[in-house]
Design a protein around this ligand. Sequence first.
Ligand code: SF4
Length: 243
Amino acid sequence: MARTSAARPSKGTRPADSLERVHADVVACERCPRLRRWCREVAAARVKRFADQQYWGRPVPGFGDPRARLLVVGLAPAAHGANRTGRLFTGDRSGDFLFAALNRLGFASQPESIDRDDGLLLHDCYIAPVGRCAPPANKPTPVELARCREYLAREWALLARVSAVLVLGRIAMDGFLAMLSRTGRPLPPRLDFGHGVEHDLGDGLRLFCSYHVSQQNTFTGRLTPAAFDAVLARARSHMEGRP
Ligand code: SF4
């Protein structure tokens, strides 16, 4: 079930755009001085357990299958995870949880995500965050998120087959919907967030909500593998046209 052209920005807006170009623009981005400074400082200081590693220290682009029908929207890179490895959810506990689940549901070629050259492939799935730089205390400001929205919008325009969007947490949901409303898609005035909540966004597009896969949720039992798998399975059923 692919989106129709009504869901995308008008033709000709960015005729030469590509995921590769978006990724290059993300990596070179310096729009948020606070975040760029923080990422560099973390990369220079490191932590003891990664003291022998060269940190990425730059904005982190989305990644995955360009023909994906599932889009997973996260919050932002982790200081010693993606800000270290250069690939989203790679090298931290959130990624351990996420990729194990994606592998169980057939969206990832392997359950581990250790570094950006570990051979991991995503099938029918693309991962993008609402913020591309690791923020202090995991809290990007609304202004920083708004600055970063262009990158999600450009990826959205290029990922024309997406019919299921899985948002990890409330901030990811709000950021995704803010981006989507700017494409001109009419949205209901209020959409609730909760684990397992779903929303029909029209035009064959369905939104699936999950608690974020952070340690605060997975180590406390607020989000279990079974509960996360259940949401992923619902998304897969929708993508494949099953009720
Ligand atoms: S958060 Fe986004 S907009 Fe801000 S510097 Fe990083 S990539 Fe650029």
